[in-house]
Design a protein around this ligand. Structure first.
Ligand code: ACO
Ligand code: KIV
Ligand code: MG
Length: 535
């Protein structure tokens, strides 16, 4: 059941053995698929969640919170399938403090090799009084009842007092005591609204360990939000005070300003092992791949100057920095780019490159593709090389991401597109789509070429979806740079996000729009299998 982490020493009875040295082991609990998915608009399909879970499992995440099974059929299915597929990670599912949530979570989790029920309830005065309308005694009784019930189903139970950082200390201690007494083996202390600061975060863990000494039989966990930009600092401060599990997400995705970013805490402990002597089981060379996958699937691009995974995190442009780097990388780099999976390669790719070089390049970039996907990406690469002077690594990654995205769902394909645009309105688009194997053509006008294209597509594929996001990013520099376009559509509460890249922004936009409609059709069919899918 419990993995017996002793906060003082961090020793533990199971799990990967990255802690062969004297460093205390800190478990990484990734909640990208649960709290991360709570970012408005970041909802993911089952296939996308499975792909992320597989990567998290492979990279050494200790616990994957796969979803909130009672929330929807989709969440239930995702937790069930991830539970069945996971090889080594513990799979957690979230449940409120009631039997229905807990039973539903267990129904999904029971298939896992290592299941964990994560149940929670608000303990702060604001949450007790305004959200739950419950007295202190009633909340304590709920904790007793629900942790006991969860423990009767599953040997591994995690309990969280939501809004712990705004809870009265004596009441927080009392709640934690009850949860431990009823069998919780991980006590997670959430800073639900991102309100705490590093010193206070450490003091709170210290206070709990002093006042509730039995907590040291459990794993103490920290779950921080980034509303004041302190999630990473707060999580690390909690670890210094004895927490041995960090809850985090890839790219810091999550509710409002997000959660603690996995890549930040992991690389901080690795880079500053001198002052943060803690080890994780994470293969840090998979970090960039995970970051790219989550950005692509969620449609939330990573900001250029984001720590660890931003495009500029290892870029040096100013003369003095470049001079230093040429003399010794340590002058301006505290981490090696390879350590997070950013490989530098001398293979220059262009229109004369062949399959072998392309395959080698992909493997240097940490991308593994099956035969069909490789063949498809190679065709796209050649087409791009015909149109673009220089092909950068980011261009290749954009091609691969697009091939992967299109492989998921392709009832509708863009076959032909011509636009008329310029200073004279109306702009128009002439589009041919292949829909279920048959070509259909339509010309539409619009307020600009992208609007005209979207109108033409909508005429051919009628739908009620509203455009929620339209974003264009240049993948590299120069006027022949590829543009990556992200589109998000919402239809009756269902979301879909898609990205596409091309040197022609209008083509990229139309492809992204078409892909998004493809995804929506899949979701529509899944949530209402009897309904005919309108095209
Ligand atoms: C801090 C966090 O991240 S918590 C996790 C947040 N994540 C989500 O909410 C995403 C998924 N949520 C959902 O799909 C829905 O909110 C559901 C399915 C869970 C519940 O839906 P509904 O039954 O329609 O309730 P609704 O969301 O409107 O309100 C939440 C209810 O849960 C109660 N509640 C909230 N937290 C808890 C808890 N930990 N334990 C017990 N009850 C709780 C609220 O008091 C409210 O109850 P009420 O209807 O008696 O007032
Ligand atoms: C469910 C809990 C752990 C949570 O996400 C929070 O309190 O932020
Ligand atoms: Mg949270």
């Amino acid at each position: 059941m419990t993995d017996n982490v002793t906060p003082e020493t961090g020793t533990q009875g199971e799990g990967p053995s990255a802690d062969a040295d004297a460093r205390a082991r800190v478990k990484i609990f990734d909640t990208t698929l649960r709290d991360g998915e709570q970012s408005p608009g970041a909802s993911m399909t089952l296939e996308e969640k499975m792909e992320i879970a597989r990567l998290l499992d492979e990279m050494g995440v200790d616990i994957i919170e796969a979803g909130f099974p009672i929330a929807s059929e989709g969440d239930f299915e995702a937790v069930t399938e991830i539970a069945k597929a996971a090889e080594r990670a513990v799979i957690a599912g979230l449940a409120r403090a009631n039997r229905r949530d807990i039973d539903r979570a267990w129904e999904a989790l029971q298939h896992a090799k290592h299941p964990r029920i994560h149940t929670f309830i608000g303990t702060s005065p604001l949450h007790r009084e305004h959200q739950l309308s419950m007295s202190k005694a009633e909340v304590l009784e709920k904790i007793r009842e629900t942790v006991t019930h969860a423990r009767s189903l599953c040997a591994d139970v995690q309990w969280s007092p939501m809004d712990a950082t705004r809870t009265e200390h004596d009441y927080l201690c009392e709640s934690v005591r009850v949860a431990i007494e009823c069998g919780a083996s991980t006590i997670n202390i959430p800073d639900t609204v991102g309100y705490t600061a590093p010193r206070e975060s450490a003091e709170l863990i210290g206070m709990l360990r002093r006042e509730v000494p039995e907590i040291d039989r459990c794993t103490i966990s920290t779950h921080c939000h980034n509303d004041l930009g302190m999630a990473t600092a707060n999580a690390l401060a909690a670890v210094e005070a004895g927490a041995r599990q960090i809850e985090c997400t890839i790219n810091g995705l999550g509710e409002r300003a997000g959660n603690t970013a996995l890549e930040e805490v992991v690389m901080a402990m690795r880079t500053r092992a001198d002052i943060l002597p803690y080890a994780t089981g994470i293969d840090t060379r998979r970090i960039m791949a995970a970051s790219r996958l989550v950005a692509q699937v969620s449609g939330f691009p990573v900001q250029y100057n984001k720590a660890i995974v931003g495009k500029n995190a290892f870029a040096h442009e100013s003369g003095i920095h470049q001079d230093g780097m040429l003399k010794h990388a340590g002058t301006f780099e505290i981490m090696a780019p390879e350590d997070v999976g950013l490989t530098t390669s001398n293979l220059v790719m262009g229109k004369h490159s062949g399959r072998h070089a392309f395959r080698t390049k992909l493997s240097e970039l940490g991308v593994e593709l099956g035969e069909n996907a490789m063949a498809d990406a190679f065709v796209r690469f050649k087409a791009l090389a015909d149109r673009k002077k220089e092909i950068f690594d980011d261009d290749i990654l954009a091609i691969v991401e697009q091939s992967a995205a299109e492989a998921h769902a392709e009832r509708v394909k863009l076959k032909f597109l011509r636009v008329i645009c310029g200073t004279e309105a109306p702009q128009s688009a002439d589009i041919t789509l292949e829909i279920d194997g048959t070509e259909h053509r339509h010309t539409a006008t619009g307020d600009g070429p992208v609007d005209a294209c979207f109108n033409a597509v909508s005429a051919l594929v009628p739908h009620e979806a509203a455009l929620e996001l339209y974003q264009v990013h240049a993948v590299t520099e120069g006027t022949d740079a590829q543009a990556t376009v992200s589109v998000r559509l919402r239809e009756h509460g269902r979301f879909a996000t898609a990205q596409a890249s091309d040197t022609d922004t209008v083509v990229a936009s139309t492809r992204a729009y078409v892909q998004c409609l493809n995804k929506l059709m899949v979701r529509r069919a899944k949530s209402a299998p009897g309904e005919s899918v309108a095209v």
